[in-house]
Design a protein around this ligand. Sequence first.
Ligand SMILES: [Mn+2]
Length: 459
Amino acid sequence: MNFQTYQARRQELRKAVHGGAILILANAEAPKNYADNVYPFRQDSNFLYYVGVNEADMAALLLPGGEEILFGREEHPDDLVWHGPHAVLSDHASASGFAGTGLRKTLAGVVSDLCARGVEIHYLPPYRAERRFELAEILETDPRTVDGGVSQILIKAVIAQRSIKTDAEIAEIEGALAVTAEAYREIMAATRPGRTEAELAAVLQRVALAHDRQQSFNPIVSVRGEVLHNTSYANTLAEGDLLLVDSGADSARWYASDITRTFPVSGTFTSQQRDIYEIVLAMQEAAIAAASPEKTNRELHGLAALTAARGLVDLGLMQGDPHAAVEAGAHALFFPHGLGHMLGQDVHDMEDLGDLVGYDEGDSRSEQFGLAFLRLAKKLQPGFVITIEPGIYFVPALIDQWRTADRHSEFICYDRLHAYQGFGGIRIEDDVLITADGARVLGSGIPKTVAELESVVGR
Ligand SMILES: [Mn+2]
């Protein structure tokens, strides 16, 4: 990716928005406890996509006539002392193909002049509170009106563009996956009874840091895999536990990766664990095999759910017609989340832009438990990169709740679930490219079958 890549992206965006000016703001540093002590910097993904510069407090303004201005901070003589030699605004402008530059503090004035001339300012939804105030200041409006003023046409144009990954972007995601694969090889080898979740989480951090990469999100490393977003690392691994690891490193250009593997702490699955594992693997394999531009992701989700229901009926944990069970939503006791999401510059790609990323206009999320958490339902297109991440979980509180309410008892064999107290959960996740006639799992492969995992865990 070079300055022409970013220029071309901006040109396409301007064409799609046709009319008005487009304002894309970089992120600011985020203070932890005082202004100079900050969280690791994460650039705004839209700014990365259209400008590609990883520096705080910048802004890009694309004018209707084709003029483009990159705004950045003023250099201070002391900067050389604190920051050493570094790229300045003119360097950033040539790296990203901007002809015009301006000081960030002049942005509000430029926008104000445009507004006075009746030029509409298109901007994207803020997801940080500071951004809302920043926009209010630039647009000379009340912060409470900022969200209502976001540009629908800009949102749709960005989604259309960022949804289709180019070869260079796919190479970035595979670059991220190479680091992630190394981290999984190391964490699997280091897993054994007596180790702590924290020690194993440190393996993921060490491998990414050794490549000078950040995590795409806070990793999950847990023997309580049934707690879906469990980011505490307080447990010690015991014989008989399953360890669920959901993590991914960023690429050099801040594209995400997102992988989940679940494996036995002892290195060998119990027969109970293996039975459930094989169902989850079958759910994932069925969805990957069916993935193509012919299908919607809602259909893939349904296929995974049906595979789960069939497997659980065979195992005696569910009963009745699997189709009817899925229709009723009974399988969601075990598979309570969506099959996956878009992946790209963000791990949940473009989630800041709302449900139009995953749902066509006029379509919306189901209200059914489980299906309501499906982030992506759209018809798939060549160039989409999605995660396919089915799971089966035994959530004691949820099982108790449903049993007490006698919920879906025609489909669920509650008496058989006592034997799964403390089982935890299993999820398997890969990153998948939709191609012209099917799909391709990205990356060079991370152990996934029972035999593959048993040959590497603890070794
Ligand atoms: Mn995911």
